[in-house]
Design a protein around this ligand. Structure first.
Ligand SMILES: Nc1ncnc2c1ncn2[C@@H]1O[C@H](COP(=O)(O)OP(=O)(O)OP(=O)(O)O)[C@@H](O)[C@H]1O
Ligand SMILES: [Mg+2]
Length: 284
């Protein structure tokens, strides 16, 4: 039987959680952490207790075992559990619910906060696609997947926080722990599904206003902006989502703007990319 993430989280006891946390803290030195290093770091008196916990975590696929040695590493699901637990302890996420989106680099869940409001938790995962993209970046060469994933979550949270604080249209961020970003739930649909039923001019204005805040105040551009990453809520307000690849590159800003311009042009809205570019950079 395949257990859900919430079910797995409920099966992780206090000691199992410490084992997961310790595996995370020992990441990066080598891919797998040996039983001995783990034992030393945890300072356990009883090897059996540690063995039982490792077997259980392995069974739950929260860790995986080196095929030849008695060594272990945290899986992305294991990282998810650390995120869930810390969001819970910080009173941000009370309960996870169903999956609402499974992208190339994340799994997005509905959930509830402690006041029973609907929220969203996005668990980042860095997959092979992004590996191709970042393979040649020298600064990332020595990093392990868990660290890159956690950095992506933090980058997304920081982008949401700055843009929202400055009045841009993004979901309100609620917290970030490990690879998990909790945020406001937007009750709506992606822009590409709504193009025929909304006021596109107003939406474009709000998108550009948000990009101007992002670029001028927060020093970032989205990096993957498209009608797939813009949600339109029931009142017709756009929300720009999916910010882990935010960068300060002017070239990428231009690409983001061209993507947006192409979509609006196709739907009969007059756009001038040069004017948009100047506006977002704060030149006009
Ligand atoms: N705050 C939110 N409120 C409501 N739905 C959301 C929210 N954030 C994400 N979603 C849903 O989850 C989907 C995936 O989210 P997001 O684009 O951030 O992740 P992703 O990993 O980049 O996915 P993809 O590879 O499909 O772009 C969105 O298209 C949207 O349907
Ligand atoms: Mg997306």
């Amino acid at each position: 039987m395949r257990l859900s993430l919430a079910e797995k989280a409920s099966l992780v006891g206090a000691f199992d959680y410490i084992v997961l946390k310790t595996l995370y803290s020992l990441r990066g030195k080598s891919e797998f952490v040996s039983f001995n290093s783990l034992r030393k770091k945890l300072d356990v008196k009883n090897d059996e207790e540690l063995k039982i916990s490792l077997l259980k975590l392995n069974e739950l696929k929260l860790i995986s075992k080196d095929p030849t040695e008695f060594s272990f590493r945290l899986t992305f699901s294991g990282l998810d559990i650390l995120g869930i637990k810390m969001l819970y302890l910080n009173r941000i996420l009370y309960k996870l619910a169903e999956i609402i989106g499974e992208g190339k680099e994340s799994i997005v869940y509905h959930g509830y906060d402690f006041d029973n409001n609907r929220i969203v938790t996005k668990f980042h995962r860095v997959g092979t696609d992004s590996y191709k993209k970042i393979k040649f970046r020298k600064d990332l060469e020595k990093k392990d997947w868990l660290s890159i994933t956690v950095e992506n979550a933090k980058r997304e949270f920081d982008a949401l926080e700055c843009i929202r604080r400055e009045g841009g249209y993004v979901p309100k961020p609620l917290g970030v722990q490990y690879n998990a970003v909790a945020m406001e739930h937007i009750n709506g649909k992606e822009l590409y599904k709504k193009a025929d039923t909304v006021n596109l001019k107003e939406i474009l204005e709000k998108i550009l206003e948000t990009m101007r805040i992002a670029y001028n105040i927060c020093n970032i551009t989205h990096g993957d902006l498209s009608p797939y990453n813009i949600l339109i809520d029931e009142s017709g307000t756009p929300f720009l989502i999916d910010w882990p690849q935010a960068t300060d590159s002017e070239e990428i800003l231009k690409r983001d703007l061209i993507n947006i311009a192409t979509f609006f042009k196709k739907h009969g809205i007059e756009v001038d990319v040069h004017k948009m570019f100047d506006y977002v950079r704060g030149v006009s």
